[in-house]
Design a protein. Structure first.
Length: 278
């Protein structure tokens, strides 16, 4: 057999064996080391991979750096991960909202480090990691407190053509947890409208990416022109049951008692304690 033909046959055989579909969330997430940087997709409650976050909670890794647009809602998903004290640091652009009670308490009690970024800078820093860009200059944040790092030290700045810029560095992830709509066994993904948000750039920026999907189709059924995240950026795919996205801001800022745990994991006091504060 000609060497080229042999190589083609071997390649086709290898490709036919690729199957990134996992039967369970635990299997898909695998082993996550303490101290890892975890990129979590989602914008508000749209595109949040709740099942994967629950899997990360069950896996038990601690001292994590979490990268997400927000800081969690109520006492579920990302908020529950923070409440469980598995995160050391949060990098986000919009931490506070009507039901960000867990974040509020952790941050005020200095039990969680926060790096606050303009949303565009957050997205571009993640994208830069996936694109292999060492650093980039942006005018966003120049001349404000956001031109300082998490420790309060001034970031490098430069004036280009008369305009001030701040030097920003990529955000690399050890693991990305994202939510997609459609996938195949090679890991090719499409998304549902705004639920796409940070998913594609996070998948490129992480060493390992796990995605949930609502539908798994046969290889070749997704039009190559419609694939948003190619399978080369995806490690595992797990199918979940479809459920409507819930809006954030439950109760317009009031704490609904049916969502409160019996004991506040941050303060250690009973939620019925008159001294409990937001």
């Amino acid at each position: 057999m000609h060497p080229i033909v042999w190589c083609v046959v071997c390649l086709e055989g290898w490709l036919s064996l690729i199957n990134k579909i996992s039967d369970t969330v635990a299997e898909a997430i695998g082993d996550v080391q303490d101290g890892s940087t975890v990129l979590i997709g989602g914008f508000g409650t749209a595109g949040i991979p709740d099942e994967l976050i629950d899997g990360l909670i069950a896996q038990g890794a601690r001292e994590l750096t979490i990268v997400n647009n927000n800081a969690g809602n109520g006492y579920v998903g990302l908020a529950r991960l923070l409440q469980n004290r598995q995160a050391r640091k949060l990098i986000c652009s919009f931490p506070r909202q009507a039901d960000s009670w867990v974040f509020d308490e952790l941050y005020r009690s200095k039990k969680l480090e926060l790096e606050l970024l303009p949303q565009g800078n957050l997205s571009e820093r993640i994208r830069a990691a996936g694109a292999g860009i060492g650093a980039f200059y942006t005018p966003t944040g120049y001349g404000t407190d956001l031109a300082n790092d998490a420790l309060g030290h001034a970031k490098e700045t430069r004036v280009i053509n008369g305009r001030g810029y701040v030097l920003e560095y990529p955000i690399h992830g050890d693991l990305a947890l994202i939510k997609a709509e459609l996938g195949d066994r090679w890991g090719n993904l499409t998304y549902r409208k705004a639920a796409r948000n940070f998913g594609p750039v996070m998948a490129m920026a992480a060493k390992r990416t796990v995605a949930t999907v609502h539908h798994i189709v046969a290889l070749g059924e997704i039009d190559p022109e419609h694939i948003i995240t190619p399978g080369i950026h995806v490690s595992k795919v797990v199918k979940i049951i479809y459920s409507p996205t819930q809006s954030g801001g439950v109760g317009a800022g009031s704490k609904p008692t049916d969502l409160l745990p019996q004991v506040n994991a941050v303060s250690g006091r009973s939620v019925t304690d008159p001294g409990e504060t937001a």
